[in-house]
Design a protein around this ligand. Structure first.
Ligand code: CUA
Length: 334
């Protein structure tokens, strides 16, 4: 049934685990609205014929519909609408909550191409390599204008914004190649901003991700941190310096001078781009902005470095860890 509808509507294959559900709701809404529209049209035709004017003197009698009938019709339609909303909202929530064990891949949109960076240190352009049968979380940002990450076969579309991160996740059902588009008009090259998602089998993925010639992203991040001067103010061993240490930072709750924030990817990126927007309580607002100074790969590598230094246990909600006791620095000093 699902497959028949898909062919009638000319939809692409259902390449992700959520595609079947999304389509099922789509088919239900289309079918019910088509039946409703057909019914209204047929009734209009019938009434036009049935109540046509046959006598010049005939008057239309006033019509008063029974209250119960009106309530039933309006209430029934409202219930139908709420049912669509409920199913759709559940799907939305699911799409907004990546599984904790998802593989994280950094996505950068720019006029006019897609770039990808993997935990193993690989970088690819216009080709997103993922494993089939495992959840993949995308951490996405743009270097210039708003783009939109759109894979029709996965039924996934998410705006990609400059200066902040958005996320999306999917799990590909079977290995294959799926087209990826930009779904937000982003300039003259918008229509050419194409790429593909290559889903590999589990074994092929393991071989691909292990076969990186580059260093891991966290190792690249250490090199970036040294080269860009981050380590002049931030330590790697948990000790306080001009700024907070990178160790134990990721995932904790940060007490800011005006509120608090969770130190996730979006927070870390914004701290680099707009440091004045989120000053941690107890520190002077002296960090310069790195907007336009760090390329997207460097930002992703720094975020991965900080993630690699996370506290071994994530803090419970509302609790911030004290810095980890100073340890002998094992990494290269600046
Ligand atoms: Cu990028 Cu349209």
């Amino acid at each position: 049934m699902n497959e028949l509808f898909r062919r009638i509507l000319w939809l692409p294959v259902q390449g992700s685990t959520v595609a079947g559900e999304v389509d099922a709701l789509h088919y239900a809404v289309i079918t019910i609205t088509m039946i409703g529209a057909t019914g209204v049209f047929a009734a209009a035709l019938y009434f036009t014929w049935r109540y046509r004017r046959t006598d010049e003197a005939a008057l239309t009698p006033p019509i008063r519909a029974p209250l119960l009938l009106e309530l039933a019709v309006v209430g029934g339609l409202l219930c139908l609408f709420l049912l669509f909303w409920r199913v759709g909202f559940q799907q939305y929530l699911r799409l907004q909550s990546p599984p904790a064990d998802a593989i994280e891949i950094y996505v950068t949109g720019k006029q006019w191409m897609w770039k990808f960076a993997y935990p193993g240190g690989q970088r690819t352009n216009a080709r997103l390599v993922v494993p089939a049968g495992r959840p993949v979380k995308l951490i996405m940002t743009s270097r210039d204008v708003i783009h939109s990450f759109y894979v029709p076969a996965f039924r996934i579309k998410q705006d990609v914004l400059p200066g902040r991160y958005t996320t999306a996740w999917f799990e590909v059902v079977r290995p294959g190649v799926y087209p990826l588009f930009c779904a937000e008009y982003c300039g003259t090259g918008h229509s050419e901003m194409e790429a593909e998602v290559v889903a590999l089998s589990g074994a092929d993925w393991e071989a691909w991700i292990a076969g990186a010639e580059e260093e891991s992203m966290a190792a690249q991040g250490l090199e970036v941190a040294a080269r860009r001067g981050c380590l002049s103010c931030h330590t790697l061993d948990g000790q306080r310096h001009v700024g907070p240490s990178f160790r134990g930072l990721y995932g904790g709750v940060r007490q800011l001078i005006d509120g608090e924030a969770i130190a996730d990817e979006a927070y870390l990126t914004r701290s680099m781009m707009e440091p004045a927007a989120q000053v941690v309580a107890g520190y002077a607002p002296v960090m310069p902005t790195y907007l336009g100074q760090l390329d997207a790969g460097e930002v992703a590598a720094l975020v991965e470095l900080i993630k690699s230094l996370r506290h071994p246990n994530p803090p419970p909600p509302g609790v911030d860890y004290p810095p980890i006791a100073p340890a002998a620095p094992t990494e290269a000093a600046p």
